[in-house]
Design a protein around this ligand. Structure first.
Ligand SMILES: Cc1cc2nc3c(=O)[nH]c(=O)nc-3n(C[C@H](O)[C@H](O)[C@H](O)COP(=O)(O)OP(=O)(O)OC[C@H]3O[C@@H](n4cnc5c(N)ncnc54)[C@H](O)[C@@H]3O)c2cc1C
Length: 397
């Protein structure tokens, strides 16, 4: 009798797990006993942590999209469809277009959605950055706003949220402005006290100085409280009027939450965010269902969970493949602990590196940081496809 392993999602979590299963299944002598099905809404893996590059130059899309068929082993099956439901009692996945798919073991790697925190008007008026289509839409809207603007009356582009996505998005919009000599004012609004919140002061200041050098106006310390057709309202309270920031384009990157497709599953989830609880071996409250990447809140002990980052997803994926095979064989599962390998963050063509493994410097920029940032993306692409495809992306990362 064969067991069917289904992997949902083709981000770092899903693509990495497929890459791991490609070796784990044959190594365990299970190639004839396991059916592998990979489901994703698109037929490509997107290198999401470089998606902001497409805002500056849509041609970069071809470098950061990798056909799923080129990652999947020839004994696996790929299904392009959107998962819209999951029945853990029947062990069935419901698809938007196709017939339901049964599983014996399931890996959920559907990533996350943008959180709007109930801020009035934000969902209706803001663009988000979670997909290639999102990045292209931001590019088009910024371009159109600049075309309608003038040096005397520049287009106002506001990025809300100064975490990894927001900082890198603001950096790319500033590069677009400079490369096209476009009349654009770029603003980065962060509710907490500094850019890249909850990180050490030296890395925050290294990022701030590069954003300022790129002519990005930084507003920290007050949260966006409301958005309407043409104005972002920041701060304000009972006795105080909010600051008003007129905008032409608003991009919101201020938080993540679980995907609504998993809302009605029986899996135990965080009530507020809908992200699925998983143990260190990635098992959820249902022992046939595993979850990693942004989808999951993976227990790390002492009330801690793994962060929602590309590095966490791709390192967990290596162990997830192993554990799916262990589960099929009825063997004990391995555990995974997130290891912080440091931060690499771009501000346009500049980059900042912080706390990188095995390097003696805490925080640095310049050519060294740029090299490491390029190398991280190139290495990932090479690891799931080929060195030549990885090197082909180098110049655009
Ligand atoms: C602009 C930006 C910059 C970032 N920069 C960094 C960085 O510098 N460093 C870093 O570590 N992290 C960075 N991140 C975060 C990082 O990209 C995420 O943590 C990572 O992508 C999570 O991987 P994942 O596989 O869990 O989800 P994703 O990469 O989001 O993949 C989810 C997959 O599931 C698919 N999917 C979703 N729902 C369904 C469904 N219902 N049915 C079928 N398929 C579905 C999606 O199409 C996608 O293929 C950045 C994120 C963004 C947006």
């Amino acid at each position: 009798m064969t067991d069917r392993i289904v992997v949902v999602g083709a981000g770092y979590a899903g693509a990495g797990t497929i890459d791991s299963l490609k070796d784990e299944v044959p190594d365990a002598g299970l190639k004839d006993d396991v059916e592998l099905v990979w489901i994703n809404e698109h037929d490509y893996h997107l290198v999401l942590h470089e998606a902001h590059r497409v805002i500056r130059n849509p041609d970069v899309a071809s470098k950061i999209t990798i056909p799923c068929e080129s990652i999947l082993p020839d004994w696996g099956e790929f299904v392009q469809d959107r998962v819209v439901g999951l029945d853990t009692d029947d062990r069935t996945i419901e698809l938007e277009d196709g017939e339901p798919v049964d599983y014996d073991y399931l890996l959920l790697g559907v990533g996350s959605a943008t959180a709007f925190f109930g801020i009035d008007g934000l969902r209706e008026h803001a663009l988000t950055l979670k997909s290639l289509a999102d990045a292209r839409e931001i590019h088009e809207d910024v371009k159109a706003a600049a075309a309608d603007a003038s040096v005397a009356d520049p287009a106002q582009v506001i990025v809300g949220g100064a975490g990894l996505s927001g900082i890198q998005t603001a950096g790319e919009i500033a590069e677009y402005r400079d490369e096209h000599d476009a009349p654009i004012d770029v603003h980065l609004v962060e509710g907490l006290e500094e850019v890249f919140p909850n990180n050490p002061d030296d890395v925050q200041q290294a990022i701030r100085s590069r954003l300022e050098a790129a002519d990005v106006n930084i507003e920290c310390g007050e949260f966006i409280s409301e958005v309407d057709d043409d104005t972002v309202y920041v701060g304000g309270g009972e006795d105080e009027a909010p600051d008003e920031m007129p905008y032409d384009v608003l991009v919101w990157t201020g938080g993540i939450t679980g995907r609504e497709e998993l809302e009605n599953t029986d899996l135990e989830k965080d009530e507020r965010s809908r992200r699925v609880f998983a143990d260190r071996d990635f098992q959820t409250s249902d022992d046939r269902v595993f979850a990693i990447g942004d989808t999951a809140l993976i227990d790390q002990g002492e009330d801690d969970v793994a962060p929602p980052t590309a590095v966490a997803a791709w390192t967990a994926a290596e162990v997830a493949g192993e554990n799916l095979v262990n589960a099929v064989q009825g063997r004990p599962l391995s555990t995974w602990t997130f290891e912080d390998k440091g931060t690499l963050i771009s501000v346009g063509d500049e980059a900042v590196a912080h706390d990188i493994d095995a390097l003696p410097f805490e925080t640095f920029g310049g050519i060294g940081a740029k090299f490491l940032k390029k190398a991280a993306a190139t290495r990932w692409i090479a690891s799931i496809t080929s060195v030549s495809r990885g090197m082909g992306a180098w110049s655009d990362m």
